[in-house]
Design a binder for this molecule. Structure first.
Ligand code: G1P
Ligand code: ZN
Length: 543
């Protein structure tokens, strides 16, 4: 079974975005698209040679084919050993856990997260480093630079590995270990949470549903919630992973998880419901007739961290992505712990987690996590909420409402304009950037602008600088408007507008966020000229 070097011609569009390289499936299946990228990883990440690589994906269409190709390339490139999840499956947080546990030199995760799958859907690949987290910008830029000049790739001409059977295989002398994708992750969860208290809750009259959205978390949730914690069978819905996610968007939000939201409605509604996305890193948390915004979820978990055995003595600090609401900042102030504001994308939390400066972190985009891995973690967030509910013995609504009364409420919403022409999106952002210097101190619709900038971040640990991370307009009232373009889309541009208003008065805290934010929404539209430049009258998605 010899290894052969094949010649190839570079592609020019392989720059990784917010979370890895993400394209339509047809792009990945074209010519050497996948192989060029993987070869560029092996060429630049030289520590992989002779060491362990973790490999797995969310099971979407093309996952299996891609795994076989990568295994053969790994062997031909002198990788020491590959650990791969059975069936080619590993949720993103589980991949992070496995990289850390087995001290791998890195991992390749195949996923396009919450984007639709199937032959006409999306595919993606992401390189994670030895800390288990997404590669920092320095590394992704190295890989990208290599994709522009890669002229050959190496592949060993061997038979496919049997991914369906757990065991040890060899591929042209390279050991391949097919592992159960759930076991290591489940053990980690046991080491963090109060399984006794959660189990007692789930075996009582408390009713919950977990929607795996026909994506990767099905097997994880069934094992942990139903088998280990004793939740009744049927607690996990849509638990069979499907290559096309049943034709749905595996995106846990109020629009795409409507079936689940319905189950929380009215007096017969369940007490708690949650969902996770395609690759298992996102989460949505619901109580009966109650939606917990991801920004509030992070703040509430931070405030209640000591309910969780692993955090009995408190947490070191917190971080949130820049567009995430400032609710957690108020908790950090109250607990006298550090709070960091980072650019969008989980990779920016990595250094802070590694340095022990933060314990919890989160993003408004349904991402919450802790220092247990270096990815956001959907099931972790669900277990964290269950742990808090089991200890506090109150409903989700009671806990969140009490939180607002204590800290004030940060009304929050994100408006997305999808599939905008790239030229129009760039023009809109350039127009905003040009106006930034003149804004501070002026009034916009009666609100005084206290600062206006294009967010730049200096990593406190390694000093690396990330610029142009989104336009922020802050008002003296504490309200904020943020504009940025998505780095994960695959068609045209997506404009994201993030709106936030702070309400300290408990008697004013029960408004619908769209009502509470109505004035700010108009201000944002006028300031950026959204409808005149993009031709859009209203956003495609409101969360
Ligand atoms: C989106 C989210 C961001 C998240 C990323 C990956 O990126 O906004 O918070 O880290 O997906 O899940 P965006 O499309 O906004 O660049
Ligand atoms: Zn995801």
């Amino acid at each position: 079974m010899p290894s052969t070097t094949y010649s190839t011609a570079p592609y020019t569009d392989q720059r990784p975005g917010t979370s890895g390289l993400r394209k339509r499936v047809e792009v990945f299946r074209h010519g050497n698209y996948l192989k060029n990228f993987v070869q560029s990883v092996f060429d630049t990440q030289t520590e992989l040679a002779g060491n362990t690589l973790v490999l797995g994906g969310d099971g979407r269409f093309f996952n299996r084919d891609a795994i076989q190709v990568i295994l053969k390339m790994a062997s031909a490139n002198g990788i020491g050993r590959v650990i791969v999840g059975q069936g080619g499956l590993l949720s993103t947080p589980a991949a992070s856990c496995v990289i850390r546990k087995y001290k791998a030199a890195g991992g390749l995760i195949l996923s396009a997260s919450h984007n639709p799958g199937g032959p006409d859907g999306d595919f993606g690949i992401k390189f994670n480093t030895a800390n288990g987290g997404p590669a920092p910008e320095k590394v992704t830029e190295e890989i990208y630079a290599r994709t522009l000049e890669v002229g050959s790739y190496r592949l060993c001409d061997a038979a496919d590995v049997n991914l369906d059977k757990i065991g040890e295989y060899t591929l042209n002398k390279m050991p391949v270990q097919v592992i159960d994708p759930v076991t290591d992750y489940a053990e980690l969860m046991v080491s963090i949470f109060d399984f006794g208290a959660i189990s007692a809750l789930l075996k009582g009259s408390f009713r919950m549903r977990f929607d795996a959205m026909h994506a990767i978390t099905g097997p994880y949730a069934k094992r942990i919630l139903e088998q280990m914690l004793g939740a009744p069978k049927g607690t996990v819905i849509n638990g069979e992973p499907l290559e096309d996610f049943g034709g749905h968007h595996p995106d846990p939000n109020l629009v795409h998880a409507a079936e689940l939201v319905e189950m929380t409605r009215g007096p017969e509604g369940v007490d708690f419901a949650a969902a996770s996305d395609g690759d298992g890193d996102r989460n949505m948390i619901l109580g009966r007739d109650f939606f917990v915004t991801p920004s509030d979820s992070l703040a509430v978990l931070a405030a209640n961290a000591t309910c969780i055995p692993a955090h009995r003595n408190g947490i070191a600090g917190v971080a949130r992505s820049m567009p995430t609401s400032q609710a957690v900042d108020r908790v950090a102030t109250a607990f006298n712990i550090e709070c960091f504001e980072t650019p969008t994308g989980w990779k920016f939390f990595g250094n802070l987690l590694d340095a022990g400066r933060i314990t919890f972190c989160g993003e408004e985009s349904f991402g919450t996590g802790s220092d247990h891995v270096r990815e956001k973690d959907g099931l972790w967030a669900v277990l964290a909420w269950l742990n808090v509910l089991a200890i506090r013995k109150q409903s989700v609504a009671e806990i969140v409402t009490a939180h607002w009364q204590q800290y004030g409420r940060n009304y929050y919403s994100r408006h997305d304009y999808e599939g905008v022409k790239s030229k129009a999106a760039d023009e809109l952002m350039a127009g905003l950037r040009a106006r930034l210097p003149e804004l501070p101190g002026t009034l916009l619709d009666g609100l005084e602008v206290s600062y206006a900038d294009d967010f730049a971040y200096t990593d406190p640990i390694d000093g690396s600088i990330s610029q142009k991370q989104g336009v922020r307009i802050g008002f003296s009232s504490g309200s904020r408007i943020v504009f940025r373009l998505s780095g994960t889309g695959t068609v045209g541009a997506t404009l994201r507008v993030y709106l936030e208003a702070y309400e300290p008065d408990p008697s004013q805290q029960s408004l619908d966020p769209q009502v509470a934010l109505a004035g700010l929404i108009t201000t944002a539209n006028n300031l950026a000229g959204i409808s005149s430049i993009t031709g859009r009258k209203k956003p495609d998605v409101i969360t």
